[in-house]
Ligand binder design. Structure first.
Ligand SMILES: [Zn+2]
Length: 431
């Protein structure tokens, strides 16, 4: 028997229609909020012998390659907003190259200054960058020019391949880095310069390994980003072979283990006062190219990245992008004799979904990075140094009482660290 639609039926129908419309609306909102990303990698190993950066004592040209250097790019995009993270197996962008390269890249891709993180992993076994033919070897000048072209190519490739992704993050810990501010007392008590570059196993060390996983819409991983606070200097100043050192070897390990279709860009955390646990000093223990220390430490760090990556069970397709940039004015050291008492630090902040990135154009001591992470409103905050500038060491206020290499070579006044922490948190909270 056919029944006429009753009042109740009509209400049920209306409710179903409402729910359908609502779900369409949610889907529309979700698709507008879906994070897109593209990734790319390019080899940047020098073809000719070059001078290596990071140690003033090393004057000769490089002798062969221990392991290759790469530039790795993750380009995020959402609703016309972009975030380009560039990790290079280099010391950083010194000698005016940060400014020059950024200018070229921003103009080429019409990016805003806050949409680009141009970073180096701080290996001391990579070419010195130079744009001045009077300052540096001709091979280095050639290398630097070629590098700029390669960075353009790899960024273009990443931006051209953006597709919907899922993103998630996890945290692990590694003993690879160690505080290097060793106290050496002489017989007469506290000497004038008691802090030496060495190993201080009880000193503050950020052992956190921060890992972000990016998978395509089908769930296949395309990138594993990791952030760890250590100088990439296990090879030490006697080394003449090209190498990514600890962080570069960790990237290569992760890529070997997790497959060729994925890139594993590393970022140097707040590592101003952190060195790898083993540093080859004063002499190499082995001959004929077999250098176990950096390989051991790179593998150890890479193992933890893979371990954390495998435990990231939750990923999300939603990913708002927000970015911010400031050229922060900071006071110079009181004993600086120049007329201008101000120096500048580039700080770049961004979020992709629930993951935050904060980049500093300096070598920040680890205590400062730990303070920023602890107070950040984000559960996962990548503190990235050697990013968008190369202003030198940023020590904590207390370190100025103790002295040591980081303080001696820093351009900043003791109160600068506090100002940087305050500014960083302001930027993170505003994202
Ligand atoms: Zn350094």
């Amino acid at each position: 028997m056919q029944t006429k639609p009753t009042i109740t039926h009509r209400w049920i129908l209306a409710a179903i229609m409402f729910l359908l419309l609502a779900s369409f609306n949610i889907e529309a909102q979700e698709s507008a909020d879906v994070l897109h990303a593209g990734v790319a990698r390019i080899d940047i190993t020098p073809k000719e012998p070059v001078t290596l950066s990071g140690y003033g004592s090393r004057k000769d040209l490089s002798k062969g390659v221990h392991d290759p250097l790469s530039a790795r790019v993750v380009a995020f995009e959402n609703n016309g907003k972009r975030l380009v993270l560039v990790s290079t197996d280099l010391l950083g962008f010194y000698g005016g190259t940060a400014e020059q390269f950024r200018k070229t890249i921003l103009a080429k891709f019409k990016l805003q200054p806050d949409e680009l993180f141009l970073t180096g992993i701080h290996t001391h076994s990579a070419p010195t960058l130079t744009l001045d033919k009077d300052k540096g070897h001709e091979n280095n000048l050639k290398y630097t020019k070629t590098l700029e072209g390669k960075l353009i190519r790899v960024i273009a490739e990443a931006l051209d391949s953006t597709a919907p992704v899922r993103i998630g993050a996890g945290i692990g810990y590694s003993p690879v880095g160690c505080n290097r501010r060793e106290v050496r007392l002489d017989g007469a008590g506290w000497p004038k310069e008691a802090i030496k570059l060495g190993r201080n196993p009880y000193g503050p060390t950020d052992k956190q390994v921060l890992v972000a996983k990016i998978a395509n819409a089908d769930g296949a991983p395309v990138a594993v980003l990791f952030d760890y606070a250590t100088h990439a200097t296990a090879l030490g100043p006697k080394n003449y072979r090209i190498s990514g050192d600890v962080l570069g070897l960790a990237e290569q390990f992760v890529e070997k283990i997790l497959g060729p279709d994925l890139i594993a860009p590393a970022f140097a955390g707040a590592s101003g006062d952190i060195d790898p646990w083993y540093r080859i000093l004063p002499e190499f223990n082995t001959e004929s190219g077999w250098i176990p220390e950096p390989v051991l430490l790179g593998t150890l760090l890479g193992e933890e990245v893979v371990h954390v990556y495998r435990n990231i069970k939750q990923t999300s397709p939603a990913g708002k992008i927000e970015t911010a940039f400031i050229k922060l004015a900071l006071p110079k050291k009181p004993d600086d004799n120049s007329n201008d008492k101000t120096t500048y630090l580039n700080i770049t902040a961004a979020r992709a979904g629930d993951i935050a990135f904060i980049g500093f154009g300096c070598e920040m001591c680890t205590e400062i990075g730990m303070a920023i992470k602890a107070a950040s409103p984000f559960k996962h905050t990548f503190v990235i140094t050697h990013c968008n500038g190369a202003a030198g060491y940023l020590p904590t206020k207390d370190m100025y009482k103790e002295g040591g290499y980081e303080v001696r070579t820093s351009p900043f006044a003791p109160q600068a660290a506090g100002m940087v922490i305050k500014q960083s948190l302001k930027m993170l909270y505003q994202l």
